[in-house]
Design a protein around this ligand. Sequence first.
Ligand code: FAD
Length: 418
Amino acid sequence: MLVRIERVVIAGGGLAGLRTVQELRARGYQGSVTMVGAEPRPPYDRPPLSKKLMMGALDDTSLDADAAALGLELRLGESAIGLAGLGGSAGLGGSAGLRETGRGGVLRTDQGEHRFDRLVVATGAAPVRMPGTGAQRVLRSLDDALELRSVLCPGLRLAIVGAGWIGAELATAAALKGCQVTVVEAGPTPVAGALGAEAGATTVPWYAEAGVDLRLCQAVESVEPGGLALSGGGWLAVDEVVTAVGVRPAVGWLDGSGVALENGVAVDDRLRASVPGVYAAGDCAAFWSLRYGRRLRVEHWDTALHAPEVAAANVLGGDEIYDPVPYFWSEQFGRMVQYVGHHTAADRLIWRGDPAGQRWAACWLAGPDTAADRLVAVLTVNQPRDLLQGRRAIGAGALVDPGRLADPGVPVRDAVAG
Ligand code: FAD
Protein backbone atom coordinates (compact mmCIF):
# COMPACT_ATOMS: atom_id res chain seq x y z
CA MET A 1 0.00 0.00 0.00
CA LEU A 2 1.57 3.29 -1.05
CA VAL A 3 0.35 6.27 0.94
CA ARG A 4 -0.55 9.64 -0.51
CA ILE A 5 1.65 12.17 1.30
CA GLU A 6 -0.41 15.12 2.48
CA ARG A 7 0.94 15.82 5.96
CA VAL A 8 4.61 16.03 6.82
CA VAL A 9 5.64 16.78 10.39
CA ILE A 10 9.17 17.69 11.42
CA ALA A 11 10.33 17.32 15.02
CA GLY A 12 13.12 19.82 15.72
CA GLY A 13 13.46 23.43 14.60
CA GLY A 14 17.17 23.68 13.78
CA LEU A 15 19.09 23.71 10.50
CA ALA A 16 18.20 20.13 9.54
CA GLY A 17 14.51 20.75 10.22
CA LEU A 18 14.40 23.96 8.22
CA ARG A 19 16.38 22.49 5.33
CA THR A 20 13.89 19.61 5.17
CA VAL A 21 11.04 22.08 4.75
CA GLN A 22 12.92 23.99 2.06
CA GLU A 23 13.75 20.79 0.18
CA LEU A 24 10.17 19.50 0.34
CA ARG A 25 8.92 22.74 -1.22
CA ALA A 26 11.76 22.84 -3.75
CA ARG A 27 10.62 19.40 -4.92
CA GLY A 28 7.10 20.64 -5.49
CA TYR A 29 5.42 19.21 -2.41
CA GLN A 30 2.18 21.13 -1.81
CA GLY A 31 0.76 19.39 1.25
CA SER A 32 0.98 20.63 4.82
CA VAL A 33 4.24 20.92 6.75
CA THR A 34 4.37 21.41 10.50
CA MET A 35 7.66 21.97 12.31
CA VAL A 36 7.77 21.60 16.08
CA GLY A 37 10.76 23.25 17.79
CA ALA A 38 11.50 23.21 21.51
CA GLU A 39 13.28 26.57 21.46
CA PRO A 40 11.22 29.76 21.43
CA ARG A 41 13.31 31.14 18.54
CA PRO A 42 12.93 30.50 14.83
CA PRO A 43 15.75 28.44 13.28
CA TYR A 44 19.22 29.93 13.56
CA ASP A 45 22.80 28.93 12.78
CA ARG A 46 25.03 27.58 15.54
CA PRO A 47 28.61 27.75 14.15
CA PRO A 48 28.92 31.54 14.63
CA LEU A 49 27.89 31.23 18.31
CA SER A 50 31.41 30.27 19.39
CA LYS A 51 33.09 32.51 16.78
CA LYS A 52 31.80 35.86 15.46
CA LEU A 53 28.91 36.12 17.90
CA MET A 54 31.13 35.36 20.91
CA MET A 55 33.53 38.07 19.72
CA GLY A 56 30.67 40.58 19.42
CA ALA A 57 30.87 40.83 15.63
CA LEU A 58 27.18 39.85 15.36
CA ASP A 59 24.21 39.38 17.66
CA ASP A 60 21.80 37.31 15.64
CA THR A 61 22.38 34.19 13.54
CA SER A 62 18.81 33.63 12.35
CA LEU A 63 18.40 31.56 9.22
CA ASP A 64 16.26 32.75 6.36
CA ALA A 65 13.05 31.01 7.44
CA ASP A 66 9.98 32.83 6.16
CA ALA A 67 7.29 30.46 7.44
CA ALA A 68 4.53 32.15 5.43
CA ALA A 69 6.49 31.97 2.18
CA LEU A 70 7.28 28.31 2.88
CA GLY A 71 3.70 27.48 3.80
CA LEU A 72 5.04 26.22 7.10
CA GLU A 73 3.19 25.86 10.35
CA LEU A 74 6.05 26.74 12.70
CA ARG A 75 5.31 25.75 16.28
CA LEU A 76 7.99 27.25 18.50
CA GLY A 77 8.42 26.50 22.20
CA GLU A 78 6.75 23.12 21.69
CA SER A 79 8.51 19.83 22.44
CA ALA A 80 7.96 16.42 20.92
CA ILE A 81 7.37 13.86 23.66
CA GLY A 82 6.45 10.68 21.81
CA LEU A 83 4.75 8.90 18.95
CA ALA A 84 1.46 7.06 18.65
CA GLY A 85 -0.48 5.07 16.09
CA LEU A 86 2.54 4.02 14.04
CA GLY A 87 2.13 1.73 11.07
CA GLY A 88 4.35 -1.11 12.35
CA SER A 89 8.00 -1.99 12.11
CA ALA A 90 9.89 -2.47 8.84
CA GLY A 91 13.23 -3.56 10.29
CA LEU A 92 16.49 -1.89 9.46
CA GLY A 93 19.06 -2.87 6.93
CA GLY A 94 21.87 -1.30 5.00
CA SER A 95 20.28 -0.69 1.65
CA ALA A 96 18.11 -3.80 1.81
CA GLY A 97 14.70 -3.34 0.17
CA LEU A 98 12.60 -1.59 2.78
CA ARG A 99 9.27 -0.67 1.20
CA GLU A 100 7.49 2.50 2.23
CA THR A 101 4.10 1.19 3.22
CA GLY A 102 3.70 3.11 6.50
CA ARG A 103 0.31 4.60 7.17
CA GLY A 104 1.84 7.40 9.24
CA GLY A 105 1.09 8.16 12.84
CA VAL A 106 0.80 10.89 15.43
CA LEU A 107 3.52 13.07 16.94
CA ARG A 108 2.69 13.81 20.56
CA THR A 109 3.99 17.04 22.00
CA ASP A 110 3.75 18.88 25.30
CA GLN A 111 0.98 20.93 23.70
CA GLY A 112 -1.02 18.50 21.62
CA GLU A 113 -0.86 16.02 18.78
CA HIS A 114 0.09 16.28 15.10
CA ARG A 115 -1.00 13.61 12.68
CA PHE A 116 1.52 12.79 9.95
CA ASP A 117 1.88 10.72 6.82
CA ARG A 118 5.63 11.19 7.14
CA LEU A 119 7.71 12.33 10.11
CA VAL A 120 11.26 13.69 9.94
CA VAL A 121 13.13 13.62 13.23
CA ALA A 122 15.62 16.50 13.42
CA THR A 123 15.92 17.11 17.15
CA GLY A 124 19.71 17.53 17.05
CA ALA A 125 21.88 17.01 20.08
CA ALA A 126 22.20 18.34 23.61
CA PRO A 127 25.39 19.07 25.57
CA VAL A 128 26.68 16.69 28.21
CA ARG A 129 27.10 18.25 31.67
CA MET A 130 29.56 17.45 34.45
CA PRO A 131 28.43 16.20 37.84
CA GLY A 132 28.55 18.57 40.81
CA THR A 133 26.58 21.31 42.50
CA GLY A 134 28.48 24.31 41.12
CA ALA A 135 27.13 26.51 38.34
CA GLN A 136 28.21 25.43 34.87
CA ARG A 137 27.41 26.82 31.47
CA VAL A 138 27.19 25.04 28.14
CA LEU A 139 27.37 26.50 24.64
CA ARG A 140 24.67 25.11 22.39
CA SER A 141 21.90 27.66 21.97
CA LEU A 142 21.84 31.31 20.96
CA ASP A 143 20.70 32.16 24.49
CA ASP A 144 23.61 30.15 25.98
CA ALA A 145 25.96 32.17 23.76
CA LEU A 146 24.47 35.59 24.50
CA GLU A 147 24.51 34.95 28.25
CA LEU A 148 28.06 33.64 28.19
CA ARG A 149 29.27 36.54 26.07
CA SER A 150 27.82 39.01 28.56
CA VAL A 151 30.01 37.66 31.38
CA LEU A 152 33.31 37.44 29.48
CA CYS A 153 35.40 40.38 30.67
CA PRO A 154 39.08 41.15 31.30
CA GLY A 155 40.45 39.25 34.27
CA LEU A 156 37.55 36.78 34.52
CA ARG A 157 38.89 33.39 35.61
CA LEU A 158 37.23 31.08 33.09
CA ALA A 159 37.57 27.30 33.10
CA ILE A 160 36.63 25.40 29.98
CA VAL A 161 36.20 21.68 30.53
CA GLY A 162 37.21 19.93 27.31
CA ALA A 163 39.68 20.88 24.57
CA GLY A 164 37.44 19.87 21.69
CA TRP A 165 36.36 22.10 18.80
CA ILE A 166 33.97 24.25 20.79
CA GLY A 167 36.32 24.45 23.78
CA ALA A 168 39.12 25.71 21.51
CA GLU A 169 36.91 28.26 19.77
CA LEU A 170 35.59 29.58 23.05
CA ALA A 171 39.12 29.74 24.50
CA THR A 172 40.13 31.80 21.46
CA ALA A 173 37.34 34.33 21.97
CA ALA A 174 37.67 34.52 25.76
CA ALA A 175 41.44 35.03 25.61
CA LEU A 176 40.98 37.85 23.08
CA LYS A 177 38.53 39.43 25.52
CA GLY A 178 41.20 39.39 28.24
CA CYS A 179 39.87 36.52 30.34
CA GLN A 180 42.26 34.26 32.25
CA VAL A 181 41.41 31.04 30.48
CA THR A 182 42.23 27.54 31.70
CA VAL A 183 41.26 24.59 29.52
CA VAL A 184 41.15 21.28 31.36
CA GLU A 185 41.30 18.22 29.15
CA ALA A 186 41.23 14.55 30.19
CA GLY A 187 42.91 13.34 27.00
CA PRO A 188 46.59 13.52 26.08
CA THR A 189 46.05 16.30 23.51
CA PRO A 190 43.22 18.54 22.28
CA VAL A 191 40.80 16.88 19.83
CA ALA A 192 42.49 13.50 20.37
CA GLY A 193 39.14 11.74 20.00
CA ALA A 194 38.39 13.32 16.62
CA LEU A 195 41.86 13.42 15.05
CA GLY A 196 44.08 11.13 17.14
CA ALA A 197 46.78 12.30 19.53
CA GLU A 198 49.49 12.78 16.88
CA ALA A 199 47.49 15.31 14.87
CA GLY A 200 45.85 16.75 18.00
CA ALA A 201 49.28 17.52 19.45
CA THR A 202 49.91 20.06 16.69
CA THR A 203 47.36 22.38 18.30
CA VAL A 204 48.96 22.39 21.77
CA PRO A 205 51.27 25.38 21.06
CA TRP A 206 48.31 27.41 19.80
CA TYR A 207 46.89 27.57 23.32
CA ALA A 208 50.16 28.81 24.82
CA GLU A 209 50.57 31.46 22.09
CA ALA A 210 47.12 32.79 22.98
CA GLY A 211 47.97 32.87 26.70
CA VAL A 212 45.59 30.01 27.49
CA ASP A 213 46.59 27.59 30.24
CA LEU A 214 46.00 24.12 28.75
CA ARG A 215 46.07 21.25 31.24
CA LEU A 216 46.22 17.89 29.53
CA CYS A 217 45.63 14.40 30.99
CA GLN A 218 43.63 16.09 33.72
CA ALA A 219 40.15 14.74 34.35
CA VAL A 220 37.58 16.89 36.10
CA GLU A 221 35.58 15.06 38.76
CA SER A 222 32.92 17.66 39.34
CA VAL A 223 31.96 21.30 39.15
CA GLU A 224 31.57 22.73 42.63
CA PRO A 225 30.73 26.22 43.90
CA GLY A 226 33.86 28.29 43.25
CA GLY A 227 35.74 25.88 41.06
CA LEU A 228 36.57 22.48 39.67
CA ALA A 229 37.33 19.36 41.68
CA LEU A 230 40.10 17.62 39.75
CA SER A 231 40.90 13.93 39.77
CA GLY A 232 43.88 13.23 41.99
CA GLY A 233 42.53 15.64 44.60
CA GLY A 234 43.38 18.96 42.91
CA TRP A 235 41.22 22.08 42.95
CA LEU A 236 40.99 24.86 40.36
CA ALA A 237 39.40 28.06 41.65
CA VAL A 238 37.52 29.94 38.92
CA ASP A 239 34.72 32.47 38.43
CA GLU A 240 32.94 30.73 35.55
CA VAL A 241 32.87 27.20 34.18
CA VAL A 242 31.86 26.19 30.66
CA THR A 243 31.48 22.48 30.07
CA ALA A 244 32.37 21.55 26.49
CA VAL A 245 32.82 17.79 26.59
CA GLY A 246 30.50 16.88 23.74
CA VAL A 247 26.86 16.26 23.02
CA ARG A 248 24.39 13.40 22.97
CA PRO A 249 21.64 12.95 20.39
CA ALA A 250 18.37 14.47 21.63
CA VAL A 251 16.26 11.37 21.08
CA GLY A 252 15.22 10.40 24.62
CA TRP A 253 11.67 11.42 23.70
CA LEU A 254 11.57 8.43 21.31
CA ASP A 255 12.32 5.86 24.04
CA GLY A 256 9.67 3.15 23.90
CA SER A 257 8.18 4.51 20.66
CA GLY A 258 9.22 1.53 18.56
CA VAL A 259 11.71 3.63 16.57
CA ALA A 260 15.09 1.88 16.86
CA LEU A 261 17.75 3.99 18.56
CA GLU A 262 21.49 3.34 18.30
CA ASN A 263 23.32 6.41 19.57
CA GLY A 264 20.68 8.46 17.74
CA VAL A 265 17.81 7.48 15.47
CA ALA A 266 19.07 4.41 13.61
CA VAL A 267 18.37 5.08 9.94
CA ASP A 268 19.42 3.24 6.82
CA ASP A 269 21.37 4.66 3.88
CA ARG A 270 18.15 6.38 2.72
CA LEU A 271 17.64 8.01 6.13
CA ARG A 272 14.63 5.76 6.88
CA ALA A 273 14.07 4.71 10.48
CA SER A 274 12.98 1.25 11.60
CA VAL A 275 9.33 2.36 11.50
CA PRO A 276 7.86 3.05 8.05
CA GLY A 277 7.14 6.71 7.40
CA VAL A 278 9.74 7.97 9.90
CA TYR A 279 13.04 9.55 8.77
CA ALA A 280 15.86 11.36 10.55
CA ALA A 281 18.52 13.90 9.55
CA GLY A 282 21.23 16.03 11.15
CA ASP A 283 22.94 15.61 14.52
CA CYS A 284 20.33 13.14 15.81
CA ALA A 285 20.60 10.67 12.90
CA ALA A 286 22.86 7.62 13.07
CA PHE A 287 22.85 6.70 9.38
CA TRP A 288 24.19 3.63 7.64
CA SER A 289 27.21 4.69 5.61
CA LEU A 290 27.74 2.56 2.52
CA ARG A 291 31.10 4.25 2.02
CA TYR A 292 32.40 3.26 5.45
CA GLY A 293 30.33 0.11 5.99
CA ARG A 294 29.16 1.21 9.41
CA ARG A 295 26.73 3.44 11.18
CA LEU A 296 27.84 7.08 11.51
CA ARG A 297 26.38 9.95 13.46
CA VAL A 298 27.97 13.16 12.22
CA GLU A 299 27.59 16.31 14.31
CA HIS A 300 28.57 18.76 11.58
CA TRP A 301 26.82 21.66 9.95
CA ASP A 302 27.44 20.25 6.46
CA THR A 303 25.47 17.11 7.35
CA ALA A 304 22.52 19.11 8.70
CA LEU A 305 22.63 21.14 5.48
CA HIS A 306 22.71 18.29 2.96
CA ALA A 307 21.10 15.20 4.55
CA PRO A 308 17.65 16.89 4.34
CA GLU A 309 17.94 16.86 0.53
CA VAL A 310 17.85 13.05 0.68
CA ALA A 311 15.31 12.88 3.52
CA ALA A 312 12.89 15.15 1.65
CA ALA A 313 13.32 13.28 -1.65
CA ASN A 314 12.60 9.95 0.04
CA VAL A 315 9.68 11.32 2.08
CA LEU A 316 8.12 12.14 -1.28
CA GLY A 317 8.61 8.61 -2.60
CA GLY A 318 12.15 8.88 -3.96
CA ASP A 319 14.92 6.34 -3.55
CA GLU A 320 18.01 8.45 -2.91
CA ILE A 321 21.05 7.36 -0.97
CA TYR A 322 22.85 9.52 1.56
CA ASP A 323 26.53 8.64 1.33
CA PRO A 324 28.57 11.74 2.21
CA VAL A 325 32.24 12.24 2.82
CA PRO A 326 31.87 14.01 6.20
CA TYR A 327 33.24 17.57 6.38
CA PHE A 328 33.65 20.18 9.08
CA TRP A 329 35.61 23.29 9.86
CA SER A 330 36.71 25.08 13.01
CA GLU A 331 38.11 28.57 13.44
CA GLN A 332 40.50 28.68 16.37
CA PHE A 333 43.50 30.74 17.47
CA GLY A 334 43.49 32.70 14.22
CA ARG A 335 43.52 29.58 12.07
CA MET A 336 41.03 27.96 9.73
CA VAL A 337 41.04 24.24 10.48
CA GLN A 338 39.17 21.93 8.10
CA TYR A 339 38.75 18.18 8.02
CA VAL A 340 37.18 15.95 5.44
CA GLY A 341 36.73 12.18 5.43
CA HIS A 342 36.93 9.66 8.20
CA HIS A 343 39.96 7.86 9.60
CA THR A 344 40.83 5.45 12.36
CA ALA A 345 43.95 4.85 14.43
CA ALA A 346 44.94 2.08 11.99
CA ASP A 347 45.28 4.51 9.07
CA ARG A 348 48.65 5.99 8.01
CA LEU A 349 49.34 9.67 8.62
CA ILE A 350 51.31 11.69 6.07
CA TRP A 351 52.27 15.31 6.74
CA ARG A 352 52.20 17.91 3.99
CA GLY A 353 54.32 20.77 5.24
CA ASP A 354 55.55 21.60 8.72
CA PRO A 355 52.82 21.32 11.38
CA ALA A 356 54.69 23.93 13.43
CA GLY A 357 54.08 26.42 10.60
CA GLN A 358 51.04 28.50 9.70
CA ARG A 359 49.87 26.48 6.69
CA TRP A 360 49.99 22.73 6.39
CA ALA A 361 47.94 19.61 5.87
CA ALA A 362 47.82 16.06 7.18
CA CYS A 363 46.52 13.17 5.12
CA TRP A 364 45.51 9.68 6.12
CA LEU A 365 45.84 6.64 3.88
CA ALA A 366 43.67 3.58 4.51
CA GLY A 367 44.97 0.93 6.88
CA PRO A 368 48.43 -0.43 7.53
CA ASP A 369 48.57 -2.11 4.10
CA THR A 370 50.86 -0.07 1.86
CA ALA A 371 49.86 -2.02 -1.26
CA ALA A 372 46.84 0.23 -1.91
CA ASP A 373 47.37 3.85 -0.93
CA ARG A 374 43.80 5.10 -0.74
CA LEU A 375 43.25 8.59 0.64
CA VAL A 376 40.59 8.51 3.40
CA ALA A 377 40.91 11.81 5.28
CA VAL A 378 42.55 15.23 5.05
CA LEU A 379 43.09 17.82 7.77
CA THR A 380 44.16 21.30 6.69
CA VAL A 381 45.26 24.40 8.55
CA ASN A 382 44.92 27.59 6.50
CA GLN A 383 45.17 25.45 3.38
CA PRO A 384 41.71 25.36 1.74
CA ARG A 385 43.03 24.26 -1.66
CA ASP A 386 44.32 20.97 -0.23
CA LEU A 387 40.99 20.48 1.47
CA LEU A 388 39.00 20.92 -1.73
CA GLN A 389 41.23 18.67 -3.79
CA GLY A 390 41.39 16.10 -0.97
CA ARG A 391 37.63 16.09 -0.72
CA ARG A 392 37.30 15.24 -4.40
CA ALA A 393 39.94 12.51 -4.21
CA ILE A 394 38.36 10.92 -1.13
CA GLY A 395 34.92 11.07 -2.71
CA ALA A 396 36.28 9.27 -5.78
CA GLY A 397 38.03 6.62 -3.63
CA ALA A 398 41.31 7.67 -5.28
CA LEU A 399 44.65 5.97 -4.80
CA VAL A 400 47.57 8.35 -4.28
CA ASP A 401 51.34 8.37 -4.54
CA PRO A 402 52.44 8.82 -0.89
CA GLY A 403 55.75 10.42 -1.87
CA ARG A 404 54.10 13.10 -4.00
CA LEU A 405 51.36 13.60 -1.41
CA ALA A 406 54.00 14.35 1.23
CA ASP A 407 55.41 17.15 -0.96
CA PRO A 408 53.43 20.35 -0.23
CA GLY A 409 54.69 21.74 -3.55
CA VAL A 410 52.67 19.08 -5.43
CA PRO A 411 48.91 19.81 -5.55
CA VAL A 412 46.90 17.01 -3.92
CA ARG A 413 45.16 16.33 -7.25
CA ASP A 414 48.54 15.71 -8.87
CA ALA A 415 49.38 13.14 -6.19
CA VAL A 416 46.44 11.00 -7.29
CA ALA A 417 47.87 7.88 -8.86
CA GLY A 418 47.06 7.30 -12.51
P1 FAD B 1 20.26 21.37 16.16
O1 FAD B 1 20.98 22.53 15.60
O2 FAD B 1 20.65 20.85 17.51
O3 FAD B 1 18.70 21.62 16.10
C1 FAD B 1 17.79 20.76 16.72
C2 FAD B 1 16.65 21.57 17.29
O4 FAD B 1 15.66 20.67 17.79
C3 FAD B 1 17.08 22.44 18.48
O5 FAD B 1 16.56 23.73 18.32
C4 FAD B 1 16.45 21.74 19.67
O6 FAD B 1 16.07 22.65 20.70
C5 FAD B 1 15.22 21.11 19.05
N1 FAD B 1 14.72 19.98 19.84
C6 FAD B 1 15.42 19.10 20.60
N2 FAD B 1 14.58 18.21 21.17
C7 FAD B 1 13.33 18.53 20.75
C8 FAD B 1 12.05 17.97 20.97
N3 FAD B 1 11.87 16.90 21.75
N4 FAD B 1 10.98 18.56 20.39
C9 FAD B 1 11.14 19.64 19.58
N5 FAD B 1 12.33 20.22 19.35
C10 FAD B 1 13.41 19.65 19.90
N6 FAD B 1 29.70 22.37 12.83
C11 FAD B 1 30.65 22.54 11.88
O7 FAD B 1 30.71 21.76 10.95
N7 FAD B 1 31.55 23.57 11.98
C12 FAD B 1 31.55 24.47 13.00
O8 FAD B 1 32.38 25.36 13.05
C13 FAD B 1 30.56 24.30 14.02
N8 FAD B 1 30.52 25.14 15.07
C14 FAD B 1 29.59 24.97 16.04
C15 FAD B 1 29.57 25.83 17.12
C16 FAD B 1 28.65 25.66 18.15
C17 FAD B 1 28.66 26.60 19.33
C18 FAD B 1 27.71 24.60 18.08
C19 FAD B 1 26.72 24.39 19.19
C20 FAD B 1 27.71 23.73 17.00
C21 FAD B 1 28.64 23.92 15.97
N9 FAD B 1 28.68 23.05 14.86
C22 FAD B 1 29.63 23.22 13.89
C23 FAD B 1 27.71 21.93 14.73
C24 FAD B 1 26.48 22.32 13.94
O9 FAD B 1 25.99 23.55 14.36
C25 FAD B 1 25.44 21.22 14.12
O10 FAD B 1 25.94 20.06 13.49
C26 FAD B 1 24.07 21.60 13.55
O11 FAD B 1 23.53 22.67 14.25
C27 FAD B 1 23.09 20.42 13.63
O12 FAD B 1 21.83 20.83 13.20
P2 FAD B 1 20.53 19.99 13.60
O13 FAD B 1 19.39 20.75 12.99
O14 FAD B 1 20.73 18.57 13.30
O15 FAD B 1 20.44 20.08 15.19
